[in-house]
Each structure stands twice: as structure tokens, then as C-alpha cells.
Design a protein around this ligand. Structure first.
Ligand SMILES: O=C(CO)[C@@H](O)[C@H](O)COP(=O)(O)O
Ligand SMILES: [Co+2]
Length: 216
């Protein structure tokens, strides 16, 4: 089954606890939490007090997507607020290897995220060190955007790199994922699908999560 990590960004923030409860009762593998700083991306979302509140009611691991400049400054804060996996952007780190090592030293899984225009080939010298690669299939900063089809080619090329290097890294896709875009992603080798709008704008969010997870 495909792993699904529903993004709380698309949920009703006045009912965040209920949204976490919805994910708890579904077949989701993780809960995707989007942190934005207004610098790396134009938008500002949520910070550590809110992540702590989410983690108090979450029954699935928190997959924390850091869309912030120099995310290495916040490793202890992500861990202390309940992060299980901390994903940092390749484009936001001056010393990516140091940040990935520090995330592991803090006791978390480590992921690296790529913007749509960043080639997967740049991961050749870090792929052995990460647990997950997050490929953005929209430009980061906002939910509800249109899926960028070039992502399919990136997934295939990354899957080949992972096989050639005998890496255990998982491939996660984030942005514009729904029942129309997911099948080609799964066929290309994606392991984890993030879905925000598709889940939380659906009349039956649990059904939407489970439908995605049953695709692959
Ligand atoms: O990281 C981001 C946006 O920057 C995502 O996690 C979005 O929250 C996904 O939302 P949808 O495209 O599924 O609505
Ligand atoms: Co995200």
C-alpha cells in the first residue's frame, strides 16, 4: 500500500484537533506539518507551539516539512515539539550534510526536499545519508496548487539513483496530489504521497486518505 501523509495546511485551523483525529482514524502513515517562515517561501504558516499541540493528540508520526531559511537553527525545537522526521530544503541549507547529521544526532529521521526546478542529480552525494527525499510537485508556500507534470520524470530518475546506490531513502511527493495525479507517481516509484486539499476539501476526508493509500 502507498503511504499517505495528509497535510494539515488544508485543514480548518479552528478545528485542528479534529483534523488530527481524522488522520488518526485513517490509513495514513504520517501527519505532514508545513512550517513556513515568510523568507524561504512567501507565506507564514505555523510554528513550534502549534506543532507541540498537534503532537499531543497525534497517533501517527509527525513528518515536519521545513520551508524556512537555514533550518539547521531549529533542529532541537522540531524534536522537542514532537517531530519524528524533519525535512529540510536543499535550497535553504548552506551546509546540508552537517544539518542532516545534526537531525540524526537529535534522534529524528532526516529528509531533504527539492523545489520543482532543482534537479535530483544534485542528491548524488547526500542520498546515502538521508531517510527520505521530498520532491515538491508545486512551488512551495501554498496548498491547492496545480501539479507540475515534470515531477514524474524526477521520480523515475531518483528511483534509479536510489537503486544504483543501494540507498534505503523513501521518495515522498508533495503538491497537487489527488486520485488523478497519484497513479503515475506510484508507477514511477513514489513511496509516500502528501495530500492537503484533496483530503481536507473532500466530503469524506478519511475515505480520501484511504482511497489514495489503496492505489498502490
Ligand atoms: O508543502 C506544501 C506547500 O508548500 C504542501 O504540503 C501543501 O500543503 C500540499 O497541499 P496540496 O497541494 O495537497 O493542497
Ligand atoms: Co509540505
Amino acid at each position: 500500500m502507498t503511504q499517505v501523509s495528509p497535510s494539515l495546511l488544508a485543514s480548518d485551523f479552528t478545528r485542528l484537533g479534529e483534523a488530527v483525529g481524522t488522520i488518526n482514524r485513517s490509513h495514513a502513515s504520517m501527519i505532514h506539518v508545513d512550517v513556513m517562515d515568510g523568507m524561504f517561501v512567501p507565506n507564514i504558516s505555523i510554528g513550534f507551539p502549534v506543532i507541540s499541540a498537534i503532537s499531543r493528540v497525534a497517533e501517527k508520526p509527525l513528518d515536519v516539512h521545513m520551508m524556512v531559511t537555514d533550518p539547521g537553527r531549529y533542529i532541537n525545537e522540531v524534536r522537542d515539539s514532537g517531530g519524528w522526521l524533519m525535512c529540510v530544503h536543499y535550497e535553504a541549507c548552506t551546509h546540508l550534510h552537517r544539518d542532516i547529521s545534526a537531525i540524526h544526532d537529535a534522534g529524528m529521521k532526516a529528509g531533504v526536499a527539492l523545489n520543482p526546478a532543482t534537479p535530483v542529480e544534485l542528491l548524488e552525494d547526500i542520498i546515502d545519508d538521508v531517510d527520505l527525499v521530498l520532491l515538491m510537485s508545486v512551488n512551495p508556500g501554498f496548498g491547492g496548487q496545480k501539479f507540475i507534470p515534470n515531477t514524474i520524470s524526477k521520480v523515475k530518475r531518483l528511483r534509479q539513483m536510489i537503486a544504483r546506490r543501494n540507498s534505503g531513502a523513501m521518495i515522498e511527493i508533495d503538491g497537487g496530489v489527488d486520485l488523478t495525479t497519484a497513479p503515475a507517481l506510484i508507477a514511477a516509484g513514489a513511496d509516500v504521497l502528501v495530500a492537503g486539499s484533496f483530503v481536507f476539501k473532500a466530503p469524506d476526508p478519511i475515505g480520501a486518505i484511504n482511497a489514495l493509500s489503496e492505489l498502490g
